[in-house]
Design a protein. Structure first.
Length: 378
C-alpha cells in the first residue's frame, strides 16, 4: 500500500510545490519533508461544498459540476465509497472519530477508489495486502469487508481515541509515509458529517437487529408468523417452501427474482443492478432489492424506504398477500427497513451490513406498516 500512498502524496502538490519539493529532495530531505509539503497547514475545507456534493450524489442527481473540492476530483466514484466507510462504521458502533480516521486513511491510500493495483499486492480502498493477512484479493476489494477489517484493526490499537488522526491511521496501516494522513483530516471530517446526515436518524441508528415479536408495543400482528419453519439458515430457502399458488403472476415474478439474490451480501446504497457481480455497489440494500424485484415484474417503485412506505395502499398485517411490502425499525411514518412478504409467514429482505439477503419469519419482525402496490396484483 506504500507506493500508491507515495504517488498520491505527490499528486496533491502544485507545480510550485513540486519544484520546491524537488529542490528539498536534492538537498537530502526525507519522506517527512515531502509529505509535509502537501499538508494543508491548517487550511480549512469548504464544508458547504462537500455537503452539497454529497447531497447531490447520494440523492441520485449525480455530481454537481459547479462544485470543486480538492481530494474529491472523482466524486461520483469517491463519495459512495465514503458512504460505505461511514455506514460500516456506524453499523459496527465505531465513534465519529474512528470514522474520520478510516476516511483519512482511505483518501490517502487510494483517493477513495477501489483500486485493483498498488504497491506489491496492495488492493482496494485501504490498500490492504493479502500477503499480510488482510484477506483474499476478492475480500479486500469488497468495500464493506475492507472497512470492517480496518475498523477491527483500529479497535486493537490501545488508546487510539487519544491519538491524533494521523497517529491512529498509522498504527493500523504502518505506512512508509506516516505523516501523509494528516492532510486529509479536514476533508474527512466534512465528509463524515455530510454523509451521516443522509443516513437514518442522522447516523445515530437504533439497533439493526430484528425488533420484538409483532403484537408488542407499536407493532401489528400478522395472520401467519412463520413459526413452524423453525431455524432458517442465512441465504437459504426453507425446505418445502413454494411460492403460493394464489400469488399474482407479477408478484410471483418479483418473489422469484428476489429469491435468486439470496446469499448476496448487503451493500448500503447498492443499486441491486448486479447483486452477483464483482462491484459491491451493484449489490442490494433493503429498498433497492424491493425496487429491482418489482422492476422485473414491470412495476416501478421509488428508491428509498422512506418513499416506498407512501406508495400503494395501506393494509393490515393480518391480511398479508404475497408481494406486500413490510416495514420495520423506526416509526410507521418513517421506517428504516423494508422487506417483501413471500407467503407462508415468510419475508425476504436485505437485512443490514455484513449480512446476506435472506428469508426470515414474519414473527421475528415488528411490523410498523404494510403497503400493497395495486400494479403488482393486476
Amino acid at each position: 500500500m506504500k507506493a500508491v500512498a507515495a504517488t498520491i502524496g505527490v499528486l496533491c502538490l502544485s507545480p510550485l510545490l513540486l519544484a520546491t519539493t524537488a529542490a528539498m529532495a536534492a538537498a537530502g530531505s526525507g519522506p517527512a519533508s515531502r509529505s509535509a509539503a502537501c499538508t494543508p497547514g491548517g487550511t480549512s475545507v469548504d464544508t458547504a461544498a462537500v455537503a452539497k456534493q454529497v447531497a447531490s450524489i447520494l440523492g441520485g442527481q449525480g455530481s454537481d459540476s459547479t462544485v470543486r473540492v480538492e481530494g474529491l476530483e472523482l466524486p461520483d466514484e469517491q463519495i459512495p465509497h465514503a458512504k460505505t466507510i461511514v455506514a460500516t462504521g456506524i453499523a459496527l458502533k465505531i465513534p465519529e472519530r474512528g470514522q474520520v480516521v478510516a476516511l483519512a486513511t482511505a483518501i490517502q491510500e487510494s483517493r477513495l477508489r477501489n483500486l485493483t493495483y498498488g504497491d506489491r499486492d496492495s488492493l482496494g480502498l485501504f490498500q490492504q495486502r493479502p500477503s499480510q493477512g488482510w484477506g483474499t484479493p476478492e475480500q479486500i476489494r469488497d468495500p464493506v469487508y475492507a472497512s470492517t477489517k480496518f475498523y477491527k484493526g483500529l479497535l486493537e490499537v490501545k488508546g487510539w481515541q487519544q491519538m491524533t488522526i494521523t497517529q491512529a491511521a498509522q498504527a493500523v496501516q504502518r505506512s512508509g509515509y506516516p505523516d501523509a494522513y494528516a492532510q486529509w483530516e479536514p476533508l474527512s471530517r466534512a465528509l463524515q458529517q455530510a454523509i451521516a446526515k443522509t443516513l437514518p436518524n442522522g447516523g445515530n441508528q437504533p439497533s439493526q437487529e430484528p425488533g420484538p415479536t409483532p403484537g408488542g408495543s407499536g407493532g401489528c400482528k400478522p395472520g401467519e408468523n412463520g413459526a413452524d419453519w423453525g431455524t432458517i439458515p442465512e441465504g437459504t430457502v426453507p425446505d418445502g417452501y413454494k411460492i403460493p399458488a394464489d400469488a399474482s403472476p407479477k408478484a410471483r415474478t418479483a418473489i422469484d427474482w428476489a429469491m435468486h439474490q439470496l446469499g448476496t451480501m448487503y451493500q448500503w446504497g447498492g443499486s441491486c443492478n448486479a447483486p452477483h457481480g464483482p462491484d459491491p455497489m451493484g449489490r442490494c440494500d433493503c429498498s433497492s432489492l424491493m425496487q429491482q424485484a418489482y422492476a422485473k415484474a414491470g412495476v416501478q417503485l421509488t428508491r428509498t424506504t422512506y418513499t416506498q412506505v407512501n406508495e400503494g395502499d395501506a393494509v393490515p398485517a393480518n391480511a398479508l398477500k404475497p408481494g406486500d411490502l413490510l416495514f420495520t425499525r423506526g416509526t410507521a411514518a418513517v421506517p428504516e427497513h423494508v422487506g417483501m412478504y413471500i407467503g407462508a409467514g415468510l419475508v425476504i429482505n436485505a437485512p443490514r451490513t455484513t449480512k446476506p439477503v435472506r428469508i426470515e419469519k414474519v414473527g421475528d419482525w415488528q411490523i410498523l406498516a404494510v403497503r400493497r402496490i395495486p400494479a403488482l396484483n393486476s
